[in-house]
Design a protein around this ligand. Structure first.
Ligand code: AMP
Length: 424
């Protein structure tokens, strides 16, 4: 099946061809005609399925059916959980829309707000935003969402995990009631279903068989190891397996920094990427990693979310995530687009319960491979790690999952206080 049959206009087909895509992915096949028909969508799709083009192409087509208004008003709003994802979606909108007279801009926290205000003032048709910064713009009245026709929530599960539900509700209150709603989520918790029930009007459910379900494309293994010997084992694996590009996950920002430094000390070039790093440091680390200048990118879950790295061969869970769904997100970063990938987890006795929860979610046991010389010492007692969403610190306490966003809010709060315009 080719893209021509989906009902897209020539300008979009040209942009798609320029990207080098000749066939729509399963989610694109289903989503594009449905969205073009004006229907609400509830889509189950992970990064890597081609979901971004799945909503971006029909959205561009719908907006371009009418001539741009003067002045331009925001007619489509795309909400994304992280800066990286917002930036990637923004790049897709600009790329697929390059032959159309539509304007888009991206707003996220952690960077100056004034250039964003200037862009918004010039007028845009499509706004891609993270919820926190969008609320800042709303409260400063530097954006008007009263003309939004299409709302997209991308990676809605992650937005809820990050505690954005209140921000999302406030944004929804600023939108016209009559509009088309598209909700994309990799997982479907009760919270997501509740949000979908409120938000969507007779949605068409779209569920794609994942292009690379873990079982198919990603070889997974658990290496049991003592807590204190994980770093040594990781270095050993880098050397013996000759990993040239591995994405390594830690639970905390501090842990990411420390591990990157230690790997570097062991002669394995590494950089850390997490919410406390400046945008430019994150961009540089990602570029160095993609270009092969560093071997290990050490990331927290939030920072890694939405990173588009093609053909990533190796994912390492240096520490298991507290939330089992994060495991699926993590290993979804490898084995993409039909390439073989491998994910290994270094699991110490403290993480036994986390591993059980992951295996329950996957509905299968993961193969345990003890690396010679790294047999766990059975006499070491466990110091279990609290698991599940409830384990995340309450708002106001720092943890790796939400601190990037908190940092944004802190900065924006400081700025607002300086400007004498604190949020009420
Ligand atoms: P996404 O799921 O939107 O993050 O997309 C994952 C990757 O698939 C991105 O690198 C896209 O550029 C790529 N992609 C999207 N649509 C297609 C397609 N029809 N054919 C091949 N690759 C695609």
């Amino acid at each position: 099946m080719s893209f021509d049959t989906l009902g897209l206009r020539a300008e979009l087909l040209r942009a798609v061809a320029e990207q080098g895509y000749d066939q729509p992915t399963p989610i694109q096949r289903q989503a594009i005609p449905t969205i073009l028909a004006g229907q609400d969508v509830l889509a189950g799709a992970q990064t890597g399925t081609g979901k971004t083009a799945g909503f971006t192409l029909p959205l561009l087509q719908l907006l371009s059916a009418a001539a741009p208004r003067n002045p331009r008003k925001v007619r489509a709003l795309i909400l994304a959980p992280t800066r990286e994802l917002a930036a990637q979606v923004g790049a897709s909108v600009a790329g697929y829309g390059r032959h159309l007279p539509l304007r888009s801009t991206i707003v996220f926290g952690g960077v100056g707000i004034n250039p964003q205000i200037a862009e918004l003032k010039r007028g845009v048709d499509i706004l891609i935003a993270t919820p926190g910064r969008l609320l800042d713009h709303l409260s400063q009245r530097t954006v008007d969402l009263g003309s939004v026709e299409i709302l997209v929530l991308d990676e809605a599960d992650r937005m809820l995990d990050m505690g954005f539900i209140h921000d999302i509700r406030k944004v929804l209150a600023a939108l016209p009631r009559q509009r088309q709603n598209l909700l994309f989520s990799a997982t479907f918790s009760d919270d997501i279903r509740a949000l979908a029930d409120k938000l969507l009007n007779a949605p068409v459910p779209i569920e794609v068989a994942r292009r690379n379900t873990p079982a198919e494309a990603v070889a997974q293994a658990v290496h049991p190891v003592d807590r204190a010997r994980k770093r040594e084992l990781l270095t050993r694996l880098f050397l013996t397996q000759q990993w040239r590009q591995a994405l390594v996950f830690t639970r905390t920002k501090h842990g990411a920094n420390r591990l990157a430094q230690q790997l570097d000390d062991d002669g394995i070039s590494a950089a850390a990427i997490h919410g406390n790093k400046s945008q430019s440091a994150r961009t540089k680390a990602l570029a160095d990693f993609k270009a092969g200048r560093i071997q290990a990118l050490v990331a927290t879950d939030i920072a890694a979310r939405g990173l588009d790295i093609d053909q990533l061969p190796q994912v390492v869970n240096y520490e298991l995530p507290n939330v089992p769904e994060d495991y699926v997100h993590r290993i979804g970063r490898t084995g993409r687009a039909g390439n073989a990938g491998s994910a290994v987890s270094l699991v110490c006795i403290d993480e036994r319960k986390l591993l059980q929860d992951i295996e329950r979610l996957l509905n299968r046991r993961l193969e345990q491979v003890v690396v010679p010389d790294f047999e766990p010492d059975p006499n070491i007692p466990a110091e279990p790690i609290p698991n599940g969403r409830g384990a995340r610190p309450a708002p106001g306490r720092r943890n790796s999952a939400n601190s990037g966003r908190d940092a944004d809010r802190r900065r924006s709060g400081q700025r607002q206080r300086r400007q004498g315009a604190g949020r009420g």
